[in-house]
Write a protein that binds this ligand. Structure first.
Ligand SMILES: [Zn+2]
Length: 347
C-alpha cells in the first residue's frame, strides 16, 4: 500500500467513526421469507453491516402483491415479529423508537433499526391500525409503493402516466395522524400530485427516503428538480437510491451515483442529502427468472452498481466522495448527520 492510499483509508476510517445511516432497506420482508431459519440477522447481514460501518438502518415493512389484500396485515405483523425476534437473539442490534434511543444505540456500538413502512397496505382503511404500528415502533411511513392503494397513487416507472389525482381522504388522514404521532412522512414513490399535496398539509421537514433525480433517470418514480427544491425549501432530506441511477446498465456506476448526490447538493445544498441505498440484489437473486421478468414488465429491470451492491461496499462510496472533492464535514452530513437532524426534529 502506498503512502497516499493508506492515508485515504485512514480518512475513511475517521469519516466512518460515527457510523453510516441507510434509510431504506427491505430487511423485514426477507426475515419473514426466511422465518424457518434462526439467526439470519447475525449470519447473513451482520458481516456486511460491520464491513460498511452501518449504524442506523431504516428497516422497511413491505407487502408483496401475492399477499394482498387478505394477508397484508398479518404478513406485516409477522415481519415486525421476525425483526424483534432476530434483534432479541443478538446483542449487536437495537430497535429504536426515538432520537435518544438511536443515540444510545450508536454510543454503545449497536446497530439501530428504525422500523419504516413502504406503502400503507397493512393499515387497510383503518386509521386505528396506524396507532398499533406506532406502538410497535414504526417511525417513518411512505404512503405508497408503485401500485395504487387506499392512501393514493404511486409514481409510475415512466416519464409520464401517473395518476393526476393526489391523496385519498384516507391518505390525508394518515399523513396528518403521522405528523401528530411523530411518524416521519416519507415521500418516496408517491406520484407528483400526491407529493405536492403531502407538502401542503404538513409542516415538519419531509423526507424522501430512497429516490433518484429525474434529471438522470426520467421516471415519475424519481423526483424532478422542482420536487427537489420543494424538499429543500422545507428543510427536508433526500436519500439517494442506488438501483435507479440510470436506465442504462453501463451508466449505473458509483461515479454516476455521486452525480445524483452532487445534483441535489447543487440545487438545495449539502444539508438536504443523505443515503437510502435500497440494496435489493440479495432479494432479486432469490427470485425465479419468471419473477424477475414480471418485475421488468411491471416496473423496471434494476441495474445494480458493481462496487455498491451491498452494505459492505460503503467504503467505496466514501472513497469516491473524497476523490470527487467533498470535504470531510460534507461527507459526514451525507453519511449520517442530515438524517440525525431529521431524527432529532421528528422523534
Ligand atoms: Zn422503494
Amino acid at each position: 500500500m502506498t503512502e497516499i492510499t493508506r492515508s485515504i483509508e485512514e480518512q475513511i476510517d475517521q469519516l466512518h467513526t460515527g457510523g453510516i445511516i441507510d434509510m431504506h432497506f427491505d430487511l423485514p420482508m426477507d426475515l419473514y421469507e426466511k422465518r424457518q431459519h434462526k439467526d439470519v440477522l447475525e449470519t447473513e447481514f451482520l458481516p456486511e453491516f460491520e464491513a460498511g460501518d452501518i449504524s442506523v438502518i431504516g428497516a422497511a415493512i413491505y407487502i408483496e402483491d401475492r399477499y394482498l389484500p387478505e394477508a397484508g396485515l398479518r404478513v406485516a405483523l409477522d415481519e415486525v415479529a421476525r425483526l424483534y425476534a432476530e434483534t432479541a437473539a443478538s446483542d449487536r442490534f437495537a430497535i429504536c423508537k426515538n432520537y435518544l434511543e438511536i443515540q444510545a444505540a450508536r454510543e454503545t456500538g449497536k446497530i439501530a433499526f428504525l422500523i419504516t413502512m413502504e406503502g400503507i397496505e397493512p393499515l387497510g382503511t383503518d386509521l386505528n391500525q396506524l396507532r398499533v404500528f406506532y406502538e410497535l415502533g414504526v417511525r417513518s411511513i411512505g404512503m405508497t409503493h408503485a401500485r395504487p392503494n387506499a392512501a393514493g397513487h404511486g409514481g409510475v416507472f415512466a416519464a409520464s402516466g401517473s395518476s393526476t389525482e393526489g391523496l385519498t381522504a384516507f391518505g390525508r388522514e394518515v399523513v396528518q395522524e403521522c405528523e401528530t404521532l411523530g411518524v416521519i412522512v416519507d415521500l418516496a414513490h408517491i406520484n407528483p400530485a400526491g407529493f405536492a399535496e403531502i407538502l401542503s398539509i404538513t409542516t415538519k421537514p419531509p423526507i424522501v427516503s430512497h429516490t433518484n433525480a429525474r434529471r438522470y433517470y426520467d421516471i415519475e418514480r424519481n423526483i424532478s428538480d422542482e420536487q427537489i427544491r420543494m424538499i429543500g425549501e422545507r428543510g427536508g432530506v433526500i436519500g439517494v437510491n442506488c438501483v435507479l441511477v440510470s436506465p442504462k446498465e453501463q451508466e449505473s456506476t458509483l461515479h454516476h451515483y455521486v452525480d445524483h448526490i452532487e445534483h441535489i447538493v447543487n440545487l438545495i445544498g449539502i444539508d438536504s442529502v443523505g443515503i437510502g441505498f435500497d440494496f435489493f440484489e440479495f432479494i432479486y437473486r432469490q427470485w425465479s427468472e419468471l419473477k424477475q421478468k414480471e418485475l421488468a414488465a411491471k416496473l423496471t429491470t434494476p441495474h445494480f452498481i458493481p462496487d455498491l451492491r451491498n452494505h459492505s461496499h460503503v467504503r467505496n462510496l466514501t472513497r469516491k466522495l473524497i476523490e470527487r472533492g467533498f470535504k470531510d464535514e460534507q461527507i459526514e452530513k451525507i453519511l449520517r448527520e442530515n438524517w440525525i437532524r431529521i431524527f432529532r426534529e421528528w422523534l
